[in-house]
Design a protein around this ligand. Structure first.
Ligand SMILES: Cc1cc2nc3c(=O)[nH]c(=O)nc-3n(C[C@H](O)[C@H](O)[C@H](O)COP(=O)(O)OP(=O)(O)OC[C@H]3O[C@@H](n4cnc5c(N)ncnc54)[C@H](O)[C@@H]3O)c2cc1C
Length: 391
């Protein structure tokens, strides 16, 4: 069994905002083939980047070295119904995992907005949704295996290589290749969504109430106005009705920028400042509602929610494919506000932060760097995007 690479492959992320031409493109079908790619990379002194669903809006998955697509390593390896745990190959798409879990009466307790993303990809960048009792998706992981630059396979969990586990749960694709993941699931459930109009003042004044009232509370603020749409999602015993998601299917490409900050009065401070900035700068136009979501704190070294319950504020700009549109005034003003209130950027999305910023934002940044340098001393898994993080 020998893995074959292809030349001339063009990679583009989902929003077509970044792309690259890897020197060689591989689609391994088993661990042995992944190992062969790493052996070749070591011999030829090449860099390696794994891609999952290619949904990251930034260039975090880009490389001009070797690219490994994990789509053929997507099997369910084990379902433990008693423990409600499932072990999967890391390239599985969540949409496929969800179908399989459903057959066993199981589900993940929280998912992101889309499911054509992979198990390893979502934990790679700290994918989250909303619900102050729910952490980022990686908090549902109880174990994983990692193939390191040297070709060693390491098993990690809270009881096995615990420090590496805490790093690998938000790995940025730079610690090695995630081969398998074990998720803690819950009994399958249905959600009922209720949404109603409100105002920014009402929501901010009553934030605690909203957070208590609904397990998966989020809201959309319509910039240039006071209008808010409050969205509650909660468990229900009612039978499901069809709910097609039209938004992502018809979107024609956009840039996403998302920072986050502490939940509490800082949510209000940041949103009010953003509103004032837009009122004072009529030339700066926000195209789309600001989505505000809430996530429970955790202990994952590079998690934006590290040791604090957090509020994510997602600003979105429409960008028809292939067209550049003015956005920097809005983005940079937003970023200034977020930095001022102690925000941390989403790892998959646009920001201008560098190592100096991350050292201040993350108490465990040095610890993560030490783990990365030990596992990957030659920087095999780095790329231009990650160099800005680590150098
Ligand atoms: C339409 C849309 C909606 C989104 N909604 C949300 C949302 O609700 N919440 C949110 O937080 N984010 C959201 N995102 C961002 C998205 O969840 C993240 O970018 C996620 O990382 C994408 O997963 P992926 O499988 O596409 O990973 P990719 O973008 O392919 O890769 C992400 C990172 O993981 C690494 N990687 C992938 N597989 C492996 C592996 N096996 N081993 C080692 N490294 C690996 C890559 O090298 C890269 O560094 C959204 C993005 C889009 C385009």
């Amino acid at each position: 069994m020998t893995v074959h690479g292809h030349k001339g492959f063009k990679f583009q992320n989902w929003a077509k905002t970044y792309g690259c031409y890897p020197e060689m493109y591989f689609q391994p079908t088993c661990v042995e083939e992944v190992r062969q790619v790493l052996d070749l990379a070591r011999q030829q002194n090449k860099r390696v980047k794994v891609i999952g669903g290619g949904h990251s809006p930034s260039d975090i998955a880009c490389t001009d070295g070797f690219m490994i697509h994990m789509g053929k390593m997507n099997r369910i390896l084990k379902v433990d119904k008693a423990k409600r745990q499932v072990t999967v190959e890391a390239g599985i798409l969540l949409m496929d995992l969800n179908v399989e879990l459903s057959k066993h009466g199981l589900a993940l307790s929280n998912l992101g907005a889309v499911s054509d993303v992979t198990a390893a990809g979502v934990i790679g960048t700290g994918t989250h949704n909303t619900g102050i009792k729910h952490g980022i998706l990686a908090t549902q992981v109880v174990a994983l295996t990692l193939l390191t630059a040297s070709g060693t396979i390491i098993e990690c969990s809270e009881t096995n290589n615990a420090e590496l586990f805490k790093a690998s749960l938000l790995h940025l694709g730079c610690l090695g290749i995630i081969l398998t993941i074990t998720f803690q699931c819950v009994a399958q459930f249905h959600l009922q969504e209720t949404s109603f109009p409100s105002t920014l003042k009402e929501v901010l004044d009553n934030l605690d109430n909203h957070l208590k009232k609904s397990e998966y509370f989020r809201f959309l603020w319509f910039p240039h106005s006071e209008n808010v749409s409050v969205i509650y999602q909660d468990h229900t015993n009612k039978p499901p009705t069809s709910a097609a998601s039209w938004f992502w299917d018809y979107a024609i490409g956009f840039h996403l920028l998302e920072f986050l900050l502490w939940v509490s009065e800082k949510t209000g401070e940041a949103l009010r400042e953003l509103k004032t900035m837009l009122e004072n700068n009529p030339n700066v136009v926000a195209h789309f509602p600001v989505e505000v979501r809430f996530v429970k704190g955790d202990n994952i070294l590079l998690s934006p929610c590290f040791q604090r319950d957090s509020c994510y504020m997602n600003i979105i700009i429409y960008r028809p494919y292939g067209k550049d549109i003015p956005r920097l005034d809005y983005w940079l003003a937003y970023e200034r506000i977020m930095k001022k209130v102690g925000g941390r950027p989403h790892w998959a999305k646009a920001h201008t932060c560098t190592r100096t910023d991350f050292e201040k934002m993350y108490p465990s940044f040095q610890k993560f760097c030490a783990i990365r340098e030990k596992l990957d001393p030659t920087g095999m898994f780095l790329n231009a995007c990650l160099e800005k993080v680590f150098y």
